[in-house]
Design a protein around this ligand. Sequence first.
Ligand code: GLY
Ligand code: MN
Ligand code: MN
Length: 502
Amino acid sequence: MSDEKQTLEERAHNRTQRPQSDAFRSFIGEDWGQRPTGPQRGAVADYLPARHLKLGSQFIGERLVFPAGDLQVRSNDTDYRFRAHSAFAHLTGLGGEDEPGAVLVLEPRNTENRTPDATHDAVLYFHPRSSRSSEEFYADSRHGEFWVGARLSAEEMATLTGLKIAHIDSLRDNLAKDLGEVNIRVIPDADAQVTELVQQLRIENGLESDAQEMNAKLAEAASELRLIKDEYEISEMRKAVDVTAAGFDEIVASFPRARTHWRGERVIEGAFFAKAREEGNGLGYDTIAAAGNHANTLHWIKNDGPLVDGTLMLIDAGAEVDSLYTADITRTLPVSGKFSPTQRKVYDAVLEACDYALEVASQPGVRFRDVHAAAMTVIARHLEQWGILPVSAEESLIPENQYHRRWMPHGTSHHLGLDVHDCAQAKRELYQDAVLEEGMVFTIEPGLYFREDDLKVPAEFRGIGVRIEDDIVITATGAERISNHIPRTADDVEAWMARLAQ
Ligand code: GLY
Ligand code: MN
Ligand code: MN
């Protein structure tokens, strides 16, 4: 075939020369040994029914659709590594690179079958592996065993998740069943094709076509469902913090090489990434490795600068474990191993803000927003003492002023879990305004950022950026800093560097 007759899509296959003969097809399907035994039931499976019930009871009689999302093209026929949408991961317990293209449906029970313990049946639609005599086995680079390894069979997926399983090819028909009598909602931003399918089915079945608000309500509920973590989730959070702690040890150990490298920030980034991949699924977000004045660019992820002796290095990094829960930790380290007096002064002020915020978070009846307010009182007081604030700390703290926020423009806390900024679609009354409750997991991360071109601060402060970020779990008795074992005080940081950065 000449190039002119081939579509551009067909041309993508020009580099392959797959045998087409019947002899080959039957030969490649023969004489393969037993596959290894499939997975055991996952530890998370026991927690799923309670999650389904808590969500389902807000949408009685409605079909709820949670797509995993699909592979995203990185370039041409090369995709990004897959990571499922967090609502899907939460409701199926699937993690790692499972399960592109899959869809979880919470199928509503009718009035006869509905019980206080079960409002919906959870059905996972996915593409199970095919036999080794199928063309898929050797010819399908998306699903084939020769290309992506042996995927799970339907039975194995049922064992792993405890969910009912259906083939993804039956999704359309099953979503369409009884529509009109049954309403349907979908998490809208997970998979454009599934959202479009649901939209088409709505129109075909006479449901109102403007479903945006309905879908947004489902996304909000799925996000709010994660505000209180169960026991399994808390133990995964602890694992994520432990892998992150090990990653920070690698960071500190990489300092001698980073200090001599023309892009030392990349050395730091790479050291953490290696640990996160070795021990977990990878990063929960792109690492911020910010030397010197780069720390004053809050989302510095370019990480292409050198480490300069006498300056500070801010590293904000989190490992995501195989279940997809992530930590979110920041440490600020002196490049040459010792803080200067001014650096230590700023560092200690930020540390005091962290500690006071935790103390407030430990008190009963405290609201999420009170944690930020607590940190800000400490920050404003120090800025006043250093003669930097144009008014007193007290005056600065009133809502009409807020001068101190010039040097700490971000929030102090956010929920943390499957997403680094977890529960982001939750209503304000359940997030900022909510009273802290057992099972909540969030960060405390105040900072002070003195840009090198900031003419409102004395010269000795310019170019210093400090953030200290820890991960907190609310327990029955207060607030626990689960990242406490990653050195935090200025003395402990110096000792850490003396021990590992040789
Ligand atoms: N690493 C992003 C954050 O701290 O919120
Ligand atoms: Mn954070
Ligand atoms: Mn962070």
